[in-house]
Design a protein around this ligand. Structure first.
Ligand SMILES: Nc1nc2c(ncn2[C@@H]2O[C@H](COP(=O)(O)OP(=O)(O)O)[C@@H](O)[C@H]2O)c(=O)[nH]1
Ligand SMILES: [Mg+2]
Length: 353
């Protein structure tokens, strides 16, 4: 799972990337890559309970992709290749005022920045689709598969003709498979980040807020408000001052934490946990993964030799306070290989190799 961060130049992409990953940025326009921790209060509480030698949070990989000047997309093959490669897109939209960082047209216009880039992505998908359709039309006579694919691409074209992204198109599993290989930009999950300044953060207001919120709502796209500036300040404080500052700002979680969680959730990822004195750890799986496949995340031997999973929900553990109590009350469940793991399940796999 790789998430690409895109946006206009100077919108705060690298700032947010760095806050997410703590990766030192290399200068120049090369794409930076790094892993971001997905904060999880459940892991914090399990760590407090077990006091393990090691705590491991879920992580997702981010790529800081070079900025995109409006209208320049066709010329930027580096940008296109980088975006083609990611599983989801985070678009950073500038709302912050900062006289030291002028915008290209001197305006702060979040909605038009967003629209400009998204329209270009739609156009790029459209060009790819057109050339693919032409090729398939020529092959049609000797390639029976082409007809099926053309039918799906035809549906895609109708959507793009209406200037809508391909993620708005509902396709059957089979149809989706036929076009998956094209990696259309507008079919990738999208998450919006509005980068606000401290004033905007405090007043919970920024230019075009209503329009932007409506845009995201209509398309069912998550929108997270983050302030690169405030987050950097928070980062520099020690724990005590940090809590004070955050409570003064009226927030319980940093914007970066919310962003990482929004991305994780939007990709259909969930966590199950393993606990013990050595390690408390979150394991990332897709929603719908069964116990046996889930066990494979830890080790292929456990998947191969899977016998049973001992499972208890995080909430049940917290309610009863300790594993010993759960065992006493018989609240541990034994599940077979086809059990669908739930978010927050605490598991112990029995296996035999
Ligand atoms: N005032 C203010 N400045 C910011 C904020 N986020 C980023 N900046 C500044 O904007 C400039 C561009 O940020 P950068 O992250 O490099 O943008 P990129 O070109 O999108 O990667 C830098 O000078 C940042 O310090 C913010 O939330 N508020
Ligand atoms: Mg940058």
């Amino acid at each position: 799972m790789k998430i690409g961060i895109i946006g206009t130049p100077q919108s705060g992409k690298s700032t947010i990337f760095q806050l997410l990953t703590n990766v030192e940025l290399t200068s120049g326009n090369k794409a930076n890559m790094g892993m971001a921790r997905v904060p999880d209060q459940r892991i914090d509480r399990l760590t407090a309970m077990y006091n393990p030698k090691k705590t491991t949070y879920a992580t997702i990989e981010f790529v800081d992709i070079a900025g995109l000047v409006k209208g320049q997309l066709k010329k930027s093959s580096e940008f296109l290749n980088a975006v083609r490669d990611v599983d989801a897109i985070v678009q950073v939209i500038r709302a912050f005022h900062n006289d030291l960082v002028p915008t290209i047209d001197g305006k702060i216009a979040p909605l038009s920045d967003l629209d400009a880039i998204q329209s270009e992505l739609i156009l790029t998908d459209w060009s790819l689709l057109e050339s693919r359709m032409e090729k398939l039309e020529r092959e049609r006579v000797k390639n029976p598969e082409a007809t099926k694919e053309l039918a799906v691409l035809g549906k895609c074209r109708d959507v793009l003709d209406n200037e809508l992204p391909l993620r708005s198109l509902e396709l059957s599993e089979e149809e989706d498979k036929l076009i998956r290989g094209y990696d259309f930009f507008t079919r990738k999950p999208l998450i919006l980040v509005v980068n606000v300044d401290e004033d905007q953060f405090r007043t919970r207001d920024y230019p075009q807020k209503a329009e932007l919120t409506q845009w995201a709502c209509e398309r069912n796209i998550p929108l997270v408000v983050v302030s690169g500036q405030v987050e950097m300040e928070i980062n520099q404080l020690d724990t005590e001052d940090r809590e004070l500052f955050m409570s003064e700002l009226g927030i319980e979680q940093t914007g970066i934490a919310r962003l990482a969680q929004a991305v994780y959730g939007d990709l259909g990822l969930i966590s199950y946990f393993t606990v013990g004195e050595d390690e408390v750890r979150a394991w990332t799986i897709r929603q719908g993964t069964n116990a046996r496949q889930g066990a494979g995340k830890i080790h292929s031997d456990i998947e191969r030799g899977f016998i049973r999973a001992e499972v208890v929900g995080y909430d049940v553990l917290m309610e009863h306070g300790s594993m010993a109590k759960l065992k006493e009350k018989g609240l541990f469940r034994l599940e077979g290989k086809d059990y669908i793991i739930k978010d927050g399940d605490i598991t112990n796999f029995r296996f035999n190799v």
